[in-house]
Design a protein around this ligand. Sequence first.
Ligand code: HAM
Length: 432
Amino acid sequence: MTIKSVKGFRDVLPGESERRKQMLDAAIGVMRTYGYSEIELPLLERGELFSRSVGATSDIVEKEMYAFEDRDGTVVALRPEGTASVARAYIESGMTRSSPVAQLYYHGSMFRRERPQKGRYRQFTQVGAEWLGRDDPESDAEMVCMIADIFNATGIEGVQIQINSLGDSECRPAHREALLAHARERADGLCDNCRSRMERNPLRVLDCKQRECQALMSGAPVMLDFLCGPCKSHHDRVLELIDAAGVSVEANPRMVRGLDYYCRTAFEILAPGLGAQNAVGGGGRYDGLVSELGGPQTPGIGFALGIERMVLAAGEAPSDPALSGFLVAPLGEDAAASALGVARRLRANGHRVALGVSDRKLKAQLKRADKERVRYVVIIGEDELASGKATVRDLAERRDHPACFAIVDSADAIVTALAAIASAEGESGREA
Ligand code: HAM
């Protein structure tokens, strides 16, 4: 019997892996222009890191976390998200003193044991950014601008950034009471899960996916109506700055986030064509997280994007990708060594090069080049060996390129000539 992958865990095959890399490169490219540096975080953390940050009553911790006892009895968890780890690392590494204002980005696998469906997996990939040490509305606005710039760079169309304010510890209790009163009045109609959690955290009821619960809570009081003065002026200023930057956002007073550490600004990024799992990203401000984890009072704001959902939202790759790169085609055993040399020199110069098999006919090698969407075939046969000049066939133009060059005498000349041909025609075939 063959062994299958674990439910919710999947392979990323060539094609998709390239699309993912494009998304990741676009996001990282933009984040670097905003001054972020990469932080690499472990996949395994102490379980309590997430119960103390994401929240013990959150679905993520209560139902979805891959937590288990390590051999020494420590409860560990495969990370369900990156923000808590960034905050832990910020404290543990001493950045709280050495660089209290830190702009960090990360990417990698996250794990949540959710019910798998399109766009929802048990292992998925996030790229995220966290900005620690800033609490001013300018930083919130800049964060939203960065998200908009990332989506511009990916070319994903129709993305909507929704924004809300979740208040802070001053104004939240009154909203919580009002929400609880609303939920209690409707408790009979709520699902068991909501009934058991509403007293501990009534916000969770707003987050429930059951249709009946959603309907019963649709008229529930919203946080925006309870914001205290400082939270309200923060929120107004954030919206004003985003507007001044020309970035469009949609107010969503009903937005709730599935993680407990948020305060004030929260956002979600929605993309069309994703069905039920239409959030390509989410984030917000978390001014109490670092202190909750034992560090000094430090504000923070950040977001994470789901790479799988970005790829789905970007749609199919063009079925006819542009021709690029080289195939070096030796014709006969005698040409094999020269072909190997030419291919390696081209690769050393950054070109993507496939090497043909010397006992195949030219026709078969050209067929392979067509299939692999190669732009240039460098042919080295008997004639070429005799004359010391290789033939270059340009598959975009369907002709032999006029430029010929010595195969053996001057390897550098070959590379230079090929690179010149490639760049003159706007097709470098280079790997990034
Ligand atoms: P989140 O909203 O839980 O936020 O996740 C962010 C994004 O990760 C989602 O919008 C979605 O695109 C993707 N995602 C989440 N779960 C899955 C899944 N099961 N399968 C595929 N994609 C998924 C956070 O994780 C916060 N740490 C974001 C943040 C950073 N807040 C502040 N800083």
